[in-house]
Design a protein around this ligand. Structure first.
Ligand SMILES: [Fe+2]
Ligand SMILES: [Fe+2]
Length: 481
Protein backbone atom coordinates (compact mmCIF):
# COMPACT_ATOMS: atom_id res chain seq x y z
CA UNK A 1 0.00 0.00 0.00
CA UNK A 2 1.23 3.45 -1.00
CA UNK A 3 2.34 5.90 1.70
CA UNK A 4 0.11 8.98 1.53
CA UNK A 5 1.72 11.86 3.42
CA UNK A 6 -0.32 14.68 1.91
CA UNK A 7 -3.80 13.98 3.16
CA UNK A 8 -5.09 15.28 6.50
CA UNK A 9 -4.18 11.98 8.13
CA UNK A 10 -0.88 10.59 6.79
CA UNK A 11 -1.28 6.85 6.24
CA UNK A 12 -0.32 3.74 4.33
CA UNK A 13 -3.70 2.06 4.73
CA UNK A 14 -5.44 3.48 1.65
CA UNK A 15 -7.62 5.85 3.65
CA UNK A 16 -8.47 7.90 0.54
CA UNK A 17 -10.23 4.84 -0.92
CA UNK A 18 -12.51 4.42 2.07
CA UNK A 19 -14.39 7.71 2.32
CA UNK A 20 -16.61 6.66 5.20
CA UNK A 21 -13.69 5.62 7.38
CA UNK A 22 -11.70 8.67 6.35
CA UNK A 23 -14.57 10.96 7.36
CA UNK A 24 -15.00 9.20 10.70
CA UNK A 25 -11.31 9.54 11.52
CA UNK A 26 -11.28 13.16 10.33
CA UNK A 27 -14.07 13.79 12.81
CA UNK A 28 -12.07 12.16 15.59
CA UNK A 29 -8.94 14.16 14.69
CA UNK A 30 -10.06 17.55 16.17
CA UNK A 31 -11.07 15.76 19.38
CA UNK A 32 -7.61 14.24 19.55
CA UNK A 33 -6.05 17.69 19.04
CA UNK A 34 -8.26 19.14 21.80
CA UNK A 35 -7.15 16.33 24.10
CA UNK A 36 -3.50 16.99 23.17
CA UNK A 37 -3.82 20.71 23.95
CA UNK A 38 -5.55 20.00 27.26
CA UNK A 39 -3.58 16.97 28.47
CA UNK A 40 -0.37 16.99 26.41
CA UNK A 41 2.92 18.58 27.57
CA UNK A 42 2.00 21.74 29.42
CA UNK A 43 3.63 25.00 28.36
CA UNK A 44 5.52 23.98 25.21
CA UNK A 45 2.93 23.88 22.45
CA UNK A 46 4.32 26.93 20.62
CA UNK A 47 7.96 25.85 20.72
CA UNK A 48 9.71 24.05 17.90
CA UNK A 49 10.98 20.62 18.90
CA UNK A 50 13.47 18.53 16.92
CA UNK A 51 11.17 15.57 16.39
CA UNK A 52 11.24 12.34 14.47
CA UNK A 53 8.11 11.73 12.42
CA UNK A 54 7.15 8.37 10.90
CA UNK A 55 6.84 8.83 7.15
CA UNK A 56 7.21 5.26 5.89
CA UNK A 57 7.53 1.69 7.16
CA UNK A 58 10.80 0.79 5.45
CA UNK A 59 13.09 -0.42 8.28
CA UNK A 60 15.96 1.72 7.01
CA UNK A 61 14.31 5.02 6.16
CA UNK A 62 11.05 5.31 8.05
CA UNK A 63 11.69 8.50 9.98
CA UNK A 64 12.14 12.15 9.17
CA UNK A 65 13.69 14.67 11.62
CA UNK A 66 12.91 18.39 11.78
CA UNK A 67 11.96 21.18 14.17
CA UNK A 68 8.19 21.19 14.51
CA UNK A 69 5.60 22.57 16.91
CA UNK A 70 4.03 19.62 18.69
CA UNK A 71 0.42 20.45 17.71
CA UNK A 72 1.62 20.39 14.07
CA UNK A 73 3.13 16.91 14.42
CA UNK A 74 1.87 14.64 11.64
CA UNK A 75 0.26 11.81 13.58
CA UNK A 76 -0.32 9.10 11.02
CA UNK A 77 -1.52 5.53 10.60
CA UNK A 78 1.19 3.10 9.54
CA UNK A 79 1.05 -0.67 9.33
CA UNK A 80 3.88 -2.94 8.24
CA UNK A 81 3.24 -4.39 4.74
CA UNK A 82 0.60 -7.02 4.22
CA UNK A 83 1.82 -10.57 3.68
CA UNK A 84 -0.79 -12.53 1.72
CA UNK A 85 0.75 -15.84 2.78
CA UNK A 86 0.73 -15.16 6.50
CA UNK A 87 -0.62 -18.00 8.63
CA UNK A 88 -1.75 -18.09 12.24
CA UNK A 89 1.32 -19.27 14.09
CA UNK A 90 -0.02 -20.79 17.32
CA UNK A 91 -3.05 -22.12 19.17
CA UNK A 92 -6.00 -24.13 17.89
CA UNK A 93 -6.05 -22.30 14.54
CA UNK A 94 -2.36 -22.98 13.86
CA UNK A 95 -1.58 -23.05 10.15
CA UNK A 96 -4.82 -21.43 9.00
CA UNK A 97 -4.64 -18.18 7.00
CA UNK A 98 -4.39 -15.05 9.20
CA UNK A 99 -7.65 -13.08 9.46
CA UNK A 100 -8.11 -9.82 7.58
CA UNK A 101 -11.40 -9.28 9.36
CA UNK A 102 -12.38 -9.68 13.01
CA UNK A 103 -13.39 -13.30 13.70
CA UNK A 104 -16.99 -13.11 14.89
CA UNK A 105 -16.48 -15.38 17.91
CA UNK A 106 -13.71 -13.22 19.30
CA UNK A 107 -14.99 -9.75 18.56
CA UNK A 108 -15.53 -8.74 22.19
CA UNK A 109 -12.15 -10.06 23.32
CA UNK A 110 -10.26 -8.41 20.49
CA UNK A 111 -11.96 -5.11 21.12
CA UNK A 112 -11.01 -5.37 24.80
CA UNK A 113 -7.37 -6.12 23.94
CA UNK A 114 -7.17 -3.15 21.55
CA UNK A 115 -8.91 -0.75 23.95
CA UNK A 116 -6.66 -1.79 26.84
CA UNK A 117 -3.53 -1.27 24.74
CA UNK A 118 -4.93 1.99 23.31
CA UNK A 119 -5.72 3.34 26.77
CA UNK A 120 -2.10 3.14 27.94
CA UNK A 121 -0.91 5.44 25.14
CA UNK A 122 -2.69 8.70 26.07
CA UNK A 123 -2.38 7.73 29.75
CA UNK A 124 1.40 8.01 29.71
CA UNK A 125 1.24 11.40 27.98
CA UNK A 126 -1.04 12.59 30.78
CA UNK A 127 1.25 11.19 33.46
CA UNK A 128 4.23 13.04 31.98
CA UNK A 129 2.59 16.34 31.12
CA UNK A 130 4.35 18.46 33.73
CA UNK A 131 7.86 17.04 33.31
CA UNK A 132 8.80 19.67 30.75
CA UNK A 133 8.99 22.20 33.56
CA UNK A 134 12.09 20.60 35.02
CA UNK A 135 14.04 18.83 32.26
CA UNK A 136 17.78 18.45 32.98
CA UNK A 137 18.72 19.55 29.43
CA UNK A 138 17.27 20.47 26.05
CA UNK A 139 18.29 17.03 24.81
CA UNK A 140 16.19 15.38 27.54
CA UNK A 141 13.31 17.79 26.98
CA UNK A 142 13.28 16.81 23.32
CA UNK A 143 13.34 13.10 24.18
CA UNK A 144 10.37 13.53 26.52
CA UNK A 145 8.35 15.20 23.78
CA UNK A 146 9.43 12.59 21.24
CA UNK A 147 8.09 9.86 23.50
CA UNK A 148 4.89 11.86 24.06
CA UNK A 149 4.07 12.46 20.38
CA UNK A 150 4.77 8.81 19.57
CA UNK A 151 2.45 7.62 22.32
CA UNK A 152 -0.09 9.88 20.62
CA UNK A 153 0.60 8.06 17.34
CA UNK A 154 0.16 4.71 19.05
CA UNK A 155 -3.25 5.90 20.16
CA UNK A 156 -3.97 6.67 16.48
CA UNK A 157 -2.90 3.14 15.55
CA UNK A 158 -5.42 1.59 17.96
CA UNK A 159 -8.18 4.07 17.08
CA UNK A 160 -7.77 3.21 13.41
CA UNK A 161 -8.41 -0.47 14.23
CA UNK A 162 -11.44 0.39 16.35
CA UNK A 163 -12.96 2.60 13.64
CA UNK A 164 -12.23 0.30 10.75
CA UNK A 165 -13.13 -3.07 12.24
CA UNK A 166 -15.54 -2.56 15.13
CA UNK A 167 -18.31 -0.35 13.74
CA UNK A 168 -20.29 1.73 16.14
CA UNK A 169 -18.90 0.14 19.34
CA UNK A 170 -15.41 0.84 18.04
CA UNK A 171 -16.22 4.51 17.43
CA UNK A 172 -17.62 4.81 20.94
CA UNK A 173 -14.54 3.18 22.44
CA UNK A 174 -12.37 5.60 20.45
CA UNK A 175 -14.27 8.53 21.97
CA UNK A 176 -13.85 7.10 25.47
CA UNK A 177 -10.09 6.84 24.99
CA UNK A 178 -10.07 10.66 25.01
CA UNK A 179 -12.37 10.89 28.03
CA UNK A 180 -10.62 8.77 30.69
CA UNK A 181 -7.84 10.59 32.55
CA UNK A 182 -4.75 9.22 34.28
CA UNK A 183 -5.17 9.33 38.06
CA UNK A 184 -8.72 10.70 37.93
CA UNK A 185 -10.74 8.80 40.58
CA UNK A 186 -14.00 9.16 38.60
CA UNK A 187 -12.68 8.03 35.21
CA UNK A 188 -9.21 6.54 35.66
CA UNK A 189 -7.14 4.88 32.98
CA UNK A 190 -7.71 1.12 32.79
CA UNK A 191 -4.41 -0.20 34.22
CA UNK A 192 -2.90 0.68 37.60
CA UNK A 193 0.62 1.73 36.59
CA UNK A 194 -0.90 4.27 34.20
CA UNK A 195 -2.58 6.12 37.03
CA UNK A 196 0.65 6.59 39.04
CA UNK A 197 1.94 10.15 38.88
CA UNK A 198 5.33 10.79 37.25
CA UNK A 199 6.55 13.99 38.81
CA UNK A 200 10.30 13.74 38.51
CA UNK A 201 12.80 12.62 35.90
CA UNK A 202 14.09 9.65 37.89
CA UNK A 203 10.54 8.27 37.77
CA UNK A 204 10.29 9.14 34.08
CA UNK A 205 13.44 7.19 33.26
CA UNK A 206 12.24 4.25 35.38
CA UNK A 207 8.86 4.41 33.63
CA UNK A 208 10.41 4.39 30.16
CA UNK A 209 12.75 1.55 31.15
CA UNK A 210 10.26 -0.67 33.00
CA UNK A 211 6.75 0.32 31.94
CA UNK A 212 7.43 1.05 28.27
CA UNK A 213 9.18 -2.30 28.25
CA UNK A 214 5.98 -3.96 29.42
CA UNK A 215 4.52 -2.20 26.37
CA UNK A 216 7.20 -3.79 24.21
CA UNK A 217 6.23 -7.26 25.43
CA UNK A 218 2.49 -6.68 25.06
CA UNK A 219 3.00 -5.29 21.55
CA UNK A 220 5.31 -8.15 20.65
CA UNK A 221 2.73 -10.74 21.71
CA UNK A 222 0.03 -8.88 19.74
CA UNK A 223 2.40 -8.65 16.75
CA UNK A 224 1.94 -12.44 16.60
CA UNK A 225 -1.84 -12.13 16.49
CA UNK A 226 -3.89 -14.04 13.95
CA UNK A 227 -5.88 -10.82 13.44
CA UNK A 228 -3.50 -9.48 10.84
CA UNK A 229 -4.27 -5.72 10.99
CA UNK A 230 -3.50 -5.79 14.74
CA UNK A 231 -0.26 -7.71 14.17
CA UNK A 232 0.87 -5.25 11.49
CA UNK A 233 0.00 -2.19 13.62
CA UNK A 234 1.94 -3.53 16.59
CA UNK A 235 4.98 -4.46 14.51
CA UNK A 236 5.38 -0.89 13.40
CA UNK A 237 4.74 0.50 16.90
CA UNK A 238 7.64 -1.64 18.16
CA UNK A 239 10.09 0.27 15.97
CA UNK A 240 9.14 3.51 17.76
CA UNK A 241 9.00 1.86 21.18
CA UNK A 242 12.70 0.98 21.06
CA UNK A 243 13.61 4.66 21.44
CA UNK A 244 11.43 5.01 24.54
CA UNK A 245 13.34 2.25 26.30
CA UNK A 246 16.61 3.75 25.11
CA UNK A 247 15.60 7.00 26.83
CA UNK A 248 14.93 5.08 30.05
CA UNK A 249 18.04 2.93 30.04
CA UNK A 250 20.45 5.73 29.13
CA UNK A 251 18.71 8.13 31.49
CA UNK A 252 19.37 5.85 34.47
CA UNK A 253 22.89 5.10 33.17
CA UNK A 254 23.69 8.82 33.07
CA UNK A 255 22.41 9.38 36.61
CA UNK A 256 24.47 6.42 37.86
CA UNK A 257 27.51 7.71 36.08
CA UNK A 258 27.13 11.14 37.69
CA UNK A 259 26.56 9.67 41.15
CA UNK A 260 29.64 7.46 40.79
CA UNK A 261 31.77 10.44 39.71
CA UNK A 262 30.66 12.35 42.81
CA UNK A 263 31.35 9.34 45.06
CA UNK A 264 34.82 8.89 43.60
CA UNK A 265 35.70 12.57 43.97
CA UNK A 266 34.82 12.65 47.64
CA UNK A 267 34.42 9.12 49.02
CA UNK A 268 33.76 10.24 52.56
CA UNK A 269 31.00 12.63 51.61
CA UNK A 270 27.28 12.05 51.24
CA UNK A 271 26.44 12.60 47.54
CA UNK A 272 23.33 14.54 48.49
CA UNK A 273 25.53 17.35 49.83
CA UNK A 274 26.84 17.66 46.27
CA UNK A 275 23.51 17.37 44.48
CA UNK A 276 23.73 13.74 43.35
CA UNK A 277 21.13 10.99 43.67
CA UNK A 278 22.34 8.25 46.09
CA UNK A 279 22.54 4.70 44.75
CA UNK A 280 20.18 3.35 47.41
CA UNK A 281 17.54 5.90 46.36
CA UNK A 282 17.97 4.75 42.76
CA UNK A 283 17.41 1.17 43.93
CA UNK A 284 14.16 2.16 45.66
CA UNK A 285 12.81 3.77 42.50
CA UNK A 286 13.81 0.70 40.51
CA UNK A 287 11.93 -1.46 43.04
CA UNK A 288 8.80 0.64 42.74
CA UNK A 289 8.62 0.71 38.96
CA UNK A 290 9.62 -2.91 38.46
CA UNK A 291 6.81 -4.01 40.80
CA UNK A 292 4.05 -1.89 39.26
CA UNK A 293 5.18 -2.88 35.79
CA UNK A 294 5.02 -6.60 36.62
CA UNK A 295 1.42 -6.01 37.71
CA UNK A 296 0.59 -5.12 34.09
CA UNK A 297 1.12 -8.68 32.89
CA UNK A 298 -2.10 -9.97 34.48
CA UNK A 299 -2.92 -13.08 36.50
CA UNK A 300 -0.41 -15.90 36.91
CA UNK A 301 -3.04 -18.54 36.18
CA UNK A 302 -5.40 -16.98 33.69
CA UNK A 303 -8.28 -18.44 31.71
CA UNK A 304 -8.30 -15.28 29.53
CA UNK A 305 -4.64 -15.78 28.66
CA UNK A 306 -5.40 -19.40 27.77
CA UNK A 307 -8.30 -18.52 25.50
CA UNK A 308 -6.41 -15.66 23.81
CA UNK A 309 -3.63 -18.11 23.01
CA UNK A 310 -6.00 -20.91 21.95
CA UNK A 311 -7.89 -18.59 19.61
CA UNK A 312 -4.72 -17.13 18.08
CA UNK A 313 -5.31 -13.59 19.36
CA UNK A 314 -2.17 -13.18 21.45
CA UNK A 315 1.00 -15.25 21.10
CA UNK A 316 4.22 -15.57 23.05
CA UNK A 317 7.23 -13.27 22.65
CA UNK A 318 8.76 -13.96 19.20
CA UNK A 319 6.34 -16.88 18.70
CA UNK A 320 7.11 -16.91 14.96
CA UNK A 321 10.89 -16.75 15.34
CA UNK A 322 12.25 -20.00 13.87
CA UNK A 323 13.49 -22.36 16.57
CA UNK A 324 12.30 -20.31 19.53
CA UNK A 325 9.40 -22.62 20.45
CA UNK A 326 9.40 -26.24 19.33
CA UNK A 327 5.67 -26.50 19.87
CA UNK A 328 3.07 -23.85 19.01
CA UNK A 329 0.12 -25.64 20.57
CA UNK A 330 1.35 -25.58 24.18
CA UNK A 331 -1.22 -28.19 25.11
CA UNK A 332 0.76 -30.82 26.97
CA UNK A 333 3.19 -28.75 28.99
CA UNK A 334 2.92 -27.28 32.45
CA UNK A 335 4.53 -24.27 34.06
CA UNK A 336 5.98 -24.87 37.52
CA UNK A 337 5.49 -22.01 39.88
CA UNK A 338 4.58 -21.25 43.49
CA UNK A 339 1.71 -19.54 45.22
CA UNK A 340 0.86 -18.70 48.82
CA UNK A 341 -1.00 -21.36 50.79
CA UNK A 342 -3.65 -20.96 53.45
CA UNK A 343 -1.17 -21.55 56.29
CA UNK A 344 0.91 -18.48 55.40
CA UNK A 345 3.61 -20.47 53.62
CA UNK A 346 3.72 -21.35 49.98
CA UNK A 347 3.12 -24.38 47.79
CA UNK A 348 4.44 -25.33 44.40
CA UNK A 349 1.86 -25.62 41.64
CA UNK A 350 1.73 -26.81 38.06
CA UNK A 351 -0.21 -24.46 35.83
CA UNK A 352 -1.24 -25.79 32.39
CA UNK A 353 0.99 -23.92 29.95
CA UNK A 354 -1.76 -22.04 28.12
CA UNK A 355 -3.12 -20.69 31.38
CA UNK A 356 0.39 -19.54 32.34
CA UNK A 357 0.98 -17.40 29.23
CA UNK A 358 1.07 -14.15 31.23
CA UNK A 359 3.90 -15.64 33.31
CA UNK A 360 5.72 -16.89 30.24
CA UNK A 361 5.66 -13.36 28.83
CA UNK A 362 6.66 -11.86 32.17
CA UNK A 363 9.69 -14.17 32.38
CA UNK A 364 10.88 -12.86 29.01
CA UNK A 365 10.33 -9.35 30.31
CA UNK A 366 12.32 -9.98 33.47
CA UNK A 367 15.24 -11.43 31.49
CA UNK A 368 15.22 -8.34 29.27
CA UNK A 369 15.10 -5.98 32.29
CA UNK A 370 18.00 -7.87 33.85
CA UNK A 371 20.17 -7.23 30.78
CA UNK A 372 19.68 -3.50 31.21
CA UNK A 373 20.38 -3.76 34.95
CA UNK A 374 23.62 -5.64 34.19
CA UNK A 375 24.71 -2.77 31.95
CA UNK A 376 23.93 -0.30 34.75
CA UNK A 377 25.99 -2.37 37.19
CA UNK A 378 28.97 -2.27 34.85
CA UNK A 379 29.00 1.52 35.18
CA UNK A 380 29.11 1.23 38.97
CA UNK A 381 31.75 -1.49 38.88
CA UNK A 382 33.94 0.43 36.45
CA UNK A 383 33.94 3.29 38.95
CA UNK A 384 35.26 0.85 41.56
CA UNK A 385 32.20 1.19 43.76
CA UNK A 386 30.84 -1.79 45.64
CA UNK A 387 27.11 -1.64 44.89
CA UNK A 388 24.74 -3.55 42.66
CA UNK A 389 21.29 -2.61 41.41
CA UNK A 390 19.03 -5.67 41.65
CA UNK A 391 15.59 -6.67 40.43
CA UNK A 392 13.31 -7.62 43.29
CA UNK A 393 11.64 -11.01 43.59
CA UNK A 394 8.23 -11.31 41.90
CA UNK A 395 6.59 -11.35 45.35
CA UNK A 396 7.79 -7.88 46.34
CA UNK A 397 5.50 -4.84 46.29
CA UNK A 398 2.78 -6.35 44.15
CA UNK A 399 -0.76 -4.98 43.87
CA UNK A 400 -1.97 -7.65 41.43
CA UNK A 401 -1.69 -11.42 41.26
CA UNK A 402 -1.24 -14.20 43.79
CA UNK A 403 1.41 -12.40 45.86
CA UNK A 404 -0.55 -9.17 46.27
CA UNK A 405 -2.20 -10.27 49.51
CA UNK A 406 1.07 -10.74 51.39
CA UNK A 407 4.13 -8.67 52.25
CA UNK A 408 7.63 -9.67 51.19
CA UNK A 409 11.19 -8.36 51.21
CA UNK A 410 12.85 -7.66 47.84
CA UNK A 411 14.43 -11.11 48.07
CA UNK A 412 10.99 -12.68 48.56
CA UNK A 413 11.02 -13.48 52.29
CA UNK A 414 7.59 -13.12 53.94
CA UNK A 415 6.93 -10.27 56.37
CA UNK A 416 4.10 -9.47 58.76
CA UNK A 417 2.17 -6.29 58.13
CA UNK A 418 3.89 -4.68 61.14
CA UNK A 419 7.36 -5.65 59.86
CA UNK A 420 6.46 -4.29 56.45
CA UNK A 421 5.32 -0.95 57.85
CA UNK A 422 8.51 -0.69 59.84
CA UNK A 423 10.85 -1.55 57.00
CA UNK A 424 9.19 -0.50 53.71
CA UNK A 425 11.17 2.74 53.67
CA UNK A 426 14.33 0.66 53.17
CA UNK A 427 12.97 -0.62 49.87
CA UNK A 428 10.56 1.94 48.45
CA UNK A 429 11.02 5.70 48.10
CA UNK A 430 10.07 7.52 51.30
CA UNK A 431 8.47 10.97 51.36
CA UNK A 432 11.93 12.25 52.24
CA UNK A 433 13.56 10.53 49.23
CA UNK A 434 10.87 11.94 46.96
CA UNK A 435 11.27 15.42 48.40
CA UNK A 436 15.03 15.24 47.84
CA UNK A 437 14.67 14.07 44.23
CA UNK A 438 12.02 16.77 43.67
CA UNK A 439 14.42 19.40 45.03
CA UNK A 440 16.89 18.56 42.24
CA UNK A 441 14.34 19.03 39.48
CA UNK A 442 15.31 22.42 38.08
CA UNK A 443 15.09 23.15 34.37
CA UNK A 444 18.29 23.63 32.37
CA UNK A 445 17.31 25.05 29.00
CA UNK A 446 20.54 26.28 27.45
CA UNK A 447 21.99 24.21 24.61
CA UNK A 448 24.95 22.13 25.83
CA UNK A 449 24.22 22.67 29.55
CA UNK A 450 23.04 20.00 31.97
CA UNK A 451 21.68 19.66 35.49
CA UNK A 452 24.26 18.56 38.08
CA UNK A 453 22.56 15.26 39.04
CA UNK A 454 22.97 13.61 35.63
CA UNK A 455 25.81 13.14 33.13
CA UNK A 456 25.41 14.33 29.51
CA UNK A 457 24.69 11.68 26.88
CA UNK A 458 27.59 10.29 24.88
CA UNK A 459 25.98 11.27 21.58
CA UNK A 460 23.02 13.37 20.53
CA UNK A 461 20.02 12.59 18.35
CA UNK A 462 20.33 11.88 14.61
CA UNK A 463 24.08 12.60 14.50
CA UNK A 464 23.73 15.96 16.21
CA UNK A 465 25.85 16.82 19.23
CA UNK A 466 24.63 17.26 22.80
CA UNK A 467 24.88 21.05 22.34
CA UNK A 468 22.47 21.08 19.38
CA UNK A 469 19.42 23.30 19.85
CA UNK A 470 16.91 20.46 20.29
CA UNK A 471 14.19 22.87 21.35
CA UNK A 472 13.76 26.31 19.83
CA UNK A 473 11.69 28.35 22.24
CA UNK A 474 8.99 30.61 20.90
CA UNK A 475 9.37 34.35 21.57
CA UNK A 476 5.71 34.54 22.43
CA UNK A 477 5.57 35.73 26.09
CA UNK A 478 2.38 33.73 26.63
CA UNK A 479 3.82 30.53 25.26
CA UNK A 480 4.72 29.02 28.60
CA UNK A 481 1.47 29.79 30.40
FE1 LIG B 1 3.21 3.31 23.07
FE1 LIG C 1 6.28 3.89 24.67
Amino acid sequence: MRVDLDSRIPNNVGLADDRKLQRALEEWQPNFKDWWMEMGPEGFQLDKIYLRTAVAVDPKGWAHFEHVKMPDYRWGIFLTPHDEQRMIGFGDNLGQPAWDQVPGDWRKELRRIIVTQGDTEPASVEQQRLLGRCAPSLYDLRNLFQVNVEEGRHLWAMVYLLHKYFGRDGREEAEDLLVRRSGNPDSPRILGAFNEPINDWLSFFCFTFFTDRDGKYQLASLAESGFDPLARSCRFMLTEEAHHMFVGETGISRILQRTCELMKDAPAEDVTTRGGIPLDVMQKYVNRWFSVSQDLFGGEDSSNAASYFAAGLKGRFNESMPGKYPDHLALDQVYNTARPDAAGGEQSVEVPMRRAMNLVLRDEYRTDCQKGVDRWNKIIKRAGIDFEITLADERFGRAQGVWSRGRYTPSGAPLTEAQWELRKGEWLPTAQDEAYVASLMKPVYEPGKIAPWIAPPRTGINNNGFDFEYVQFSDDPYARI
